[in-house]
Structure formats: C-alpha cells, structure tokens
Design a protein around this ligand. Structure first.
Ligand SMILES: Nc1ncnc2c1ncn2[C@@H]1O[C@H](COP(=O)(O)OP(=O)(O)OP(=O)(O)O)[C@@H](O)[C@H]1O
Length: 203
C-alpha cells in the first residue's frame, strides 16, 4: 500500500495556501510535515483525511484494494481538538468511537493501559488535564485499525514519559506496516522518517 499525493494544492477561504505539493508514503514509513505557523500543515492533513477538498492535484491510496479504496476512510485523524465529548467519561467516549469506527484492534481497557490512563477511565473527559486529554485521544488510534495515522502536533501537552510511550506506539504501528503523516514542530523519535517542508522557514 502507498499513499501518494501529486501536485496537490490547498485553499482556505478562497486563498491558495500551498500548491504543487507531491509526496509518497509506503507501508512502514513516516513523513514529518514541517514549516512555520500558517504554512498549511493542518490544511494538508485535513485534505488527506477527506475533511477538505484539494483545490487541485491527485491523492490516492495505491494498493488499498477493496478494504481501503479511498484515502480518507483509511485514516485516523488526530487533530488539535481531541474529538471527545466532555460530558461523557473517557471510557464512554472510547466505546462510542470503537463502535463508530469498527475494525476493533485493542479493547478499550488495553488501549487505556497503553496510554497510562487506566485509573481515570471513569472520569468525564472534561475533567482531564491537557496532557491526559491528548493521551485519551491517542487511545482512539489503538482501539480501531486504520493503516494511515494523520497526526497534528500529536505530542503537544504530553509529558516526557507519555512522549516516550507514544513514540513506542508509533514505531509499533510502522513495524506492523502502517503509515504515519505527522505535522510537528518537535522531534517525534521516528528515525528514518521523511520530511516535507512547507512554506518558508522563518529567519
Ligand atoms: N477557514 C479558514 N478561512 C480562511 N483562512 C483560514 C481558514 N483556516 C485556516 N486559514 C488560514 O490558512 C493558513 C494555513 O493554516 P494551517 O492551520 O493549515 O497552518 P499550519 O501550518 O498548520 O500552522 P501551525 O503551525 O500554526 O499549526 C493560515 O494562514 C490560516 O490563517
């Protein structure tokens, strides 16, 4: 399987944010999307997730077969907002997502253990600290299988230990033949990852 973008353009509010962007990510590979604030990293990830239309260009998941014919449905999208209901408990949120996404991979308890949140699964999501919210959202990547993980500044708000644990989870996903496209200002501990630089670096 291979995620391929050719001459992609992204627009926001009628303004072209980036154009002529091409890259390919194969199974087991990661691509780090870097660049200054406003360069279009989030816009690119949202296009890959199918949440925005590209203004031009081609996007495909080659070799996805009948199971993954399109890019969007083959992706987990971890955006700036964590996509959880604040009034539901951590466990209720994840049970909802697993039913919605299907393709169960880990149980909710296993995923919570993997992100170190097993003791607070009963708390409403809205009570969680910033880093705990991020960890609960990361657990969403584990409960249902998707070959492509789209991660927008995934380690923002994580403490050192959580960052290390998340690094292991990402490397595990790649070892199992998954793909990662991550917008980040920080190193993610993914050796050998490719880099897509967007916009002009600030001087
Ligand atoms: N709905 C919108 N309408 C108009 N402009 C928008 C809209 N959403 C985003 N933009 C603009 O698009 C540009 C790209 O934004 P984007 O969030 O993709 O940047 P980014 O590279 O992810 O930045 P950061 O590093 O700050 O997260 C920015 O200039 C932003 O102000």
């Amino acid at each position: 399987m291979r995620l391929a973008a050719e001459a992609l353009s992204g627009e926001r509010g009628g303004e072209v944010i980036f154009s002529g962007t091409s890259f390919a990510v194969a199974c087991g590979e990661a691509l780090l999307v870097t660049g200054p604030n406003g360069a279009g990293k989030t816009t690119l990830l949202r296009i890959l997730a199918g949440l925005l239309r590209p203004a031009a260009g081609r996007l495909a998941l080659d070799g996805g077969g009948e199971e993954w014919p399109d890019v969007g449905p083959a992706c987990h999208y971890l955006g700036h907002f964590n996509a959880m209901k604040t009034a539901l408990t951590v466990e209720e949120n994840l049970v909802f997502w697993q039913r919605f996404l299907g393709q169960a991979r880990m149980t909710v308890s296993e995923a919570l253990e993997a992100v170190g949140l097993e003791d607070i699964e009963h708390l409403p999501f809205g009570y969680l600290s910033t880093g705990q919210r991020r960890r609960a959202a990361i657990a969403r990547l584990l409960i249902s299988y998707r070959p492509v993980w789209l991660l927008d500044e995934p380690t923002a708000g994580l403490d050192r230990a959580s960052e290390g644990r998340f690094g292991q989870l990402m490397r595990g996903h790649l070892r199992e033949g998954g793909m990662i496209v991550a917008a980040t200002h920080l190193p993610l501990g993914l050796e050998g990852a490719g880099e897509l630089r967007m916009g002009e670096e600030a001087t």
